[in-house]
Design a protein around this ligand. Structure first.
Ligand SMILES: [Zn+2]
Ligand SMILES: [Zn+2]
Length: 544
């Protein structure tokens, strides 16, 4: 078992498993880039381990635990490189995958599985066990093989009384534990924090109480795949005599998928058109996208007063039923403060935890302990976390489960076990660079163009084309608009003077670098900044 990525980074989850001649993959997600990763849409796991297995004809299937982007977001890149890639997923996960991939999903050999119904791959049995999380049909996934049994927890929490959807399949996981589990890979996201997550029913009650206290229109912002929470918002509207609506493309389409598949309960019947509901004021409630302050999402548009459907006014309220993903606080703050300036009462994400309007989809220490007490693995490998999460999870396990072997590994290492041989780590973690998604392409993480993007984004760029002893200069993002033309003319004159000054014939490279140096100095003299300068041209031999 080789965790290719997802150990040491929160995202790009991707694991390879070899059983004799067969190989399986579990999940293939993306990691979201840091703000300084300019021009990068997402970061993918290294695909070479999967491609190697595919080339050798060993790859049986990619098995998906659930439909969050950190688990399915890079499947398209794999599908582009492995013709007819076999994928197994539950109906809702498959539907989300099709939506992410668009027409590229036609390249897949997609098989639908159902939790609790084993799927046979030769001598290996794969079983998905339903767990509670923060979207429908999240699963733990077990592979029972000739060499022993491995179970991947997936992302999970243990909710005794979900608001929507089935409970965690305790019986199934206990049964698996009875048959014997050699190795469990377990979600570390919440494992270091003591206690349990708030129940989704409590969140639903708190939402209803918060809505009840508002006179005007209520907007609740949620993650668009959190169908259970959307249902809780619809229920809060019902209890407070308000008419609910959904607003935001991703939210509307995810709820439509859930309704089609019969996993939205009877909550869909109450939904009305957003324009109608917005006009109802104190009798309306709108569930809206934009939890992370995304500039183009409806909530940010409403905060800017630019939304065509909803105008908020004093007396209205906006509730965050979501957390702030690290790095997004400033964007969220902008939206929050604009809403406050409009006289709206706001419960921002940093306040909603205290009021119990949100709870994590990742179980805390007691829930992880409960899952382990059902599965009873001989060895545990903490996964799904940055170094800190993994270390804290490991420590909690060593304290709480003295009889369990707790493995320590980073992405790129491997764990081996077999009949009569306990799970142990083998080999050292390899330091692979993660490829990055740029549009539809996948670039190497060390690609020079990425450094160029960062540099140009920081300082702007000056380009010069040289033909004979004539120079044309264009500056982008370097000077204020009012000065730009004048500055370009001065740079051009400086470059031409430099060409004339030294009429000795030289190589094109020499001339290009001489012009580049001149331009850099001229810009520095004017702005005080070191700016990227690019020179291309056909040169005549000077002096002729
Ligand atoms: Zn998840
Ligand atoms: Zn995840």
């Amino acid at each position: 078992m080789e965790p290719v990525a997802g150990l040491g980074q929160m995202g790009a989850h991707h694991t390879a498993i070899d059983v004799g001649r067969d190989s399986f993959l579990i999940d293939c997600g993306v990691l979201f880039p840091a703000p300084w990763d300019v021009g990068v849409e997402h970061i993918a796991p290294p695909l070479e381990p999967a491609l190697q297995r595919a080339r050798e004809g060993r790859l049986r299937s990619l098995l998906l635990t659930h439909g969050h982007r950190d688990h399915i977001g890079a499947v398209g890149h794999l599908a582009d490189r492995v013709p007819g890639l076999s994928v197994h997923a539950t109906p809702f996960t498959a539907a989300l995958l099709r939506r992410v991939l668009g027409e590229r999903s036609a390249k897949l050999d997609l098989h639908i599985v159902h939790p609790g119904r084993p799927v046979q791959f030769g001598e290996t049995t794969a079983t998905w066990f339903g767990v509670t999380h923060s979207l429908p049909e999240a699963c733990s996934l077990a592979l029972e093989t000739r060499g022993g049994t491995l179970v991947h927890s997936g992302d999970f929490r243990v909710q005794p009384d979900p608001f929507l959807g089935p409970r965690t399949d305790e019986d199934g996981l206990r049964g698996l534990g009875d048959r014997g589990v050699d190795l469990a890979l377990v979600d570390s996201t919440g494992a270091a924090r003591p206690g349990r997550t708030l129940s989704e029913r409590t969140v639903a009650d708190n939402l209803a109480a918060a809505v009840d206290a508002v006179d005007g229109l209520v907007l609740i912002t949620v993650f668009s795949t959190h169908i259970e929470r959307v249902a809780a918002c619809v229920e809060a509207a019902r209890r407070c005599g308000r008419v609910p609506a959904l607003y935001g493309r991703s939210l509307e389409s995810t709820v439509a998928l859930a309704r089609d598949q019969g996993i939205f309960g009877d909550h869909g019947g109450a939904l009305r058109d957003v324009e109608h509901v917005a006009k109802l004021g104190g009798r309306g409630l709108v569930v809206v996208t934009g939890t992370q302050g995304e500039w183009r999402a409806p909530l940010a548009r409403i905060a800017r007063g630019e939304d065509p459907r909803i105008r908020v006014r004093p007396g209205d309220a906006v509730l965050w039923s979501a957390r702030a993903i690290p790095g997004n606080d400033r964007a969220i703050g902008l939206v929050v403060n604009r809403l406050v300036d409009l006289g709206v009462s706001v419960t921002p994400p940093w306040g909603s935890a205290g009021r119990g309007l949100h709870t994590s989809g990742h179980g805390l220490r007691d829930e992880v302990g409960e899952w382990l007490s059902w599965v009873r693995p001989r060895a545990v490998l903490p996964i799904h976390g940055e170094a800190w999460h993994l270390a804290e999870h490991r420590r909690a396990l060593l304290e709480g489960r003295p009889d369990t072997e707790v493995l320590d590994l980073r992405s790129g290492g491997a764990v081996e076990f077999g009949p009569g041989q306990a799970a142990r780590t083998v080999g050292a973690p390899t330091d692979r660079t993660f490829p990055v998604g740029v549009g539809r392409e996948l670039w190497s993480g060390t690609e020079r163009a990425l450094r160029d993007r960062r540099r140009i984004a920081r300082t702007g760029v000056v380009t010069a084309s040289v033909e004979g002893d004539r120079v044309e200069v264009v500056a982008v993002g370097v000077f204020p608009e009012a000065e730009c033309r004048q500055a370009e003319m001065e740079l051009r004159a400086a470059a031409q003077a430099a060409l004339k000054q030294d009429p000795r014939p030289g190589s094109i490279e020499d001339l290009e670098s001489r012009v580049r140096l001149t331009l850099r100095r001229a810009v520095k003299a004017r702005t005080g900044e070191r700016v990227e300068c690019i020179v291309r041209g056909r040169f005549s031999r000077h002096g002729n």
